[in-house]
Design a protein around this ligand. Structure first.
Ligand code: ADP
Ligand code: MG
Length: 242
């Protein structure tokens, strides 16, 4: 199946997995029967998960850190958002009805305001269970962003500069985050966000699940993944020679 999907999957240098789950073939399998997500796929006329989704979903649902390398347009957003929603579902079980939920439990870091807004609109489109989200980026007033956070959000999408800023002021709490995405890691490094990423990642509990996506795999991105992912698996779709 991996060969058919053009997937190359292996442990990273510092890890040794003998238990990498097989790719899923259908949406039903991939989302573990979640009816809200299945309904959205149907509405969008999506017929099956993309190769990177087929492999990243079961890995992330097992709580294994994962790097996804594939070209732009290959469906990486849903590759990390679907497990993020299922992660929120799992968190929800730990909270009584009406109890204030941790805020946020999912954090997506992405290089630009445009990407942050795009991911945020995907989150809003797929959201259910009253999951709330916030989009944090620079060049906009902090007040509204801070107020949204204060009201409680499960999912935060942010550019590293603005988030590092808000976190250092205590306006966003990162202690509750248990699922982190470094989206388009290559571009975040190109834009000089490494110091902000370090500041943010130091605040997040080490027993989190961490996902990194990138369209390219230069030494700098591989170093970043060694720094922030633990015992991780790399899924490569396409022709990049890792
Ligand atoms: P990437 O992050 O890899 O560049 P995106 O996640 O932005 O790619 O996805 C590109 C487009 O493909 C989006 O419009 C998205 O809605 C669509 N898409 C994602 N998953 C599927 C799927 N399983 N079937 C059909 N289209 C999909
Ligand atoms: Mg993307």
């Amino acid at each position: 199946l991996r060969r058919q999907l053009g997937l190359e999957v292996r442990s990273t240098n510092s890890s040794n997995h003998t238990d990498i789950p097989a790719p899923v073939e259908t949406f039903e399998e991939g989302v573990e029967g979640n009816v809200h997500l299945l309904e959205q796929f149907r509405k969008n006329n999506f017929t099956k998960p993309s190769p990177v989704q087929c492999q990243m979903w079961p890995i992330l649902l097992k709580g294994i850190d994962c790097v996804g390398i594939s070209q732009t347009g290959s469906g990486k957003t849903l590759a990390f958002l679907v497990p993020a929603f299922l992660h929120c579902d799992a968190q929800l079980k730990h909270y009584a009805a009406g109890e204030k939920r941790p805020c946020p439990s999912v954090l997506v870091l992405t290089p630009t305001r445009e990407l942050a807004l795009q991911i945020h609109s995907e989150v809003q489109k797929y959201s259910y269970n009253d999951y709330k989200s916030v989009c944090l980026y620079g060049g906009a007033y902090r007040g509204e962003q801070i107020a949204t956070c204060a009201n409680g959000v499960e999912i935060a999408i942010a550019t590293p500069g603005r988030l590092a800023d808000l976190a250092s002021q205590g306006s966003v709490c990162l202690k509750t985050v248990t699922y982190v995405v470094l989206d388009e890691a290559d571009r975040m490094l190109d834009l000089g966000f490494d110091a902000d990423i370090r500041r943010i990642m130091l605040e997040i509990r080490p027993d989190r699940v961490t996902v990194l996506t990138s369209a390219t795999w230069p030494e700098t991105v591989s170093t970043l993944s060694e720094k922030y992912l633990k015992n991780s698996v790399i899924c490569n779709v396409g022709t990049l020679d890792l």
